[in-house]
Design a protein around this ligand. Structure first.
Ligand SMILES: Cc1cc2nc3c(=O)[nH]c(=O)nc-3n(C[C@H](O)[C@H](O)[C@H](O)COP(=O)(O)O)c2cc1C
Length: 325
């Protein structure tokens, strides 16, 4: 399938694997890229720029297809040395960067000078327009359904995507709630040029996370995510578990007076415990409502081939049949 996104990124299928903390390692990025999508290494999961350079080199050994790096500008507890991470990305020959969180404008000149295509992930039309204005090549429009940080506007993709299509000139992909061929066709119908998936790619054979995480996603329904950190205006959609229950109790008690220190031990340093050690009750980890649509653990190639086959069938048979009527 050819869209503005496949053309821009030089990939076969319009499917991107979004950056995911402690999930987006070389193994997953290479598997997605080898299957014809765009795999993405999560920059800040690598504790230093030197380690990111090694992860990029490792991924390059595993695929000769394009892959990207995610750089998240979130209010993290530590202050990462972003310029040095960017140097590792440029020196590693990376040609696609997914930025997320705060405005990437200060870093745009360096990325553009290195010929890097920048896809900014954002949760509103106004932020998408800002990304377009500062020279981003594409945006990933993250609806309220998404795993991770859906922002504070709470606009689901059935509204957000067509609104983005009305306003944007640059290509964009639909992110949040995407799982299968139905998602891809719907996203295209709403004006997007492809899809970005997070949660769906965790439940794949190659995702280098503990089996417990994959089992938890397959077992979860669309009712099992919760929003935390709302009073801090740093809302995150996470899978319900004991740690999240405790966070929600603290948030209820503190109300608007909540401070990050009140829940710090249940939101910081949790990812290695969950993703590596499989401690499923340890605390908060991002997960989308799309868990309700995830029923198996295929390889990335099986997943992407299936999405493209389903999309072809829906467009060629189901929808073509309606058009005739
Ligand atoms: C476990 C997990 C970790 C994530 N970590 C990051 C991250 O570090 N940076 C980022 O920009 N997005 C992160 N995301 C968001 C994804 O890249 C993607 O935008 C989101 O998962 C899309 O929604 P979906 O889960 O419904 O597909 C994360 C998502 C998940 C599920």
């Amino acid at each position: 399938m050819k869209t503005r996104i496949t053309e821009l990124l030089g990939i076969e299928h319009p499917i991107i694997q979004g950056g995911m903390h402690y999930v987006g390692f070389a193994e997953l990025a290479a598997a997605v890229s080898n299957a014809g999508g765009l795999g993405i290494i999560t920059g800040l999961t690598q504790k230093t720029p030197e380690l990111l350079a090694k992860e990029i080199a490792k991924c390059r050994e595993m695929t000769d297809k394009p892959f990207g790096v995610n750089l998240t500008f979130l209010p993290t507890f530590a202050k990462p040395p972003y310029p040095e991470y960017i140097r590792a990305i440029i020196e590693g020959g990376i040609k696609v960067v997914e930025t997320a969180g705060r405005n990437p404008e200060p870093y745009m000149p360096y990325l553009k000078a290195a010929g890097i295509k920048v896809i900014h992930k954002c949760t509103s039309v106004r932020h998408s327009l800002k990304a377009e204005a500062i020279g981003c090549d594409a945006v990933s429009v993250d609806g309220f359904e998404c795993g991770g940080h859906p922002g504070e506007d709470d606009i689901p993709n059935f509204i957000l995507l067509p609104r983005a299509a009305e306003e944007l000139k640059i290509p964009f992909v639909a992110s949040g709630g995407m799982a299968d061929g139905r998602s891809l066709v719907a996203a295209l119908a709403l004006g997007a040029d492809g899809i970005n998936m997070g949660t769906r790619f965790i439940a794949t054979k190659e995702a280098p996370v503990h089996e417990n995480v994959k089992k938890a996603i397959v077992a979860a329904s669309e009712l099992d995510t919760r929003l935390i950190m709302r009073p801090l205006r740093n809302t995150e959609r996470v899978l319900m578990n004991q740690g999240v229950k405790e966070i929600l109790e603290i948030e209820r008690d503190k109300g608007a007076a909540l401070k990050i220190e009140d829940i710090h031990d249940k939101v910081a340093g949790i990812y290695p415990k969950v993703m590596t050690d499989g401690e499923m009750e340890a605390g908060a980890w991002s997960c989308g409502m799309v868990a309700g649509l995830i029923h198996d653990v295929p390889s990335c190639r099986e997943l992407i081939d299936r999405i493209m086959r389903e999309a072809d069938e829906i467009i060629g048979k189901q929808l073509a049949g309606f058009a005739k009527g």
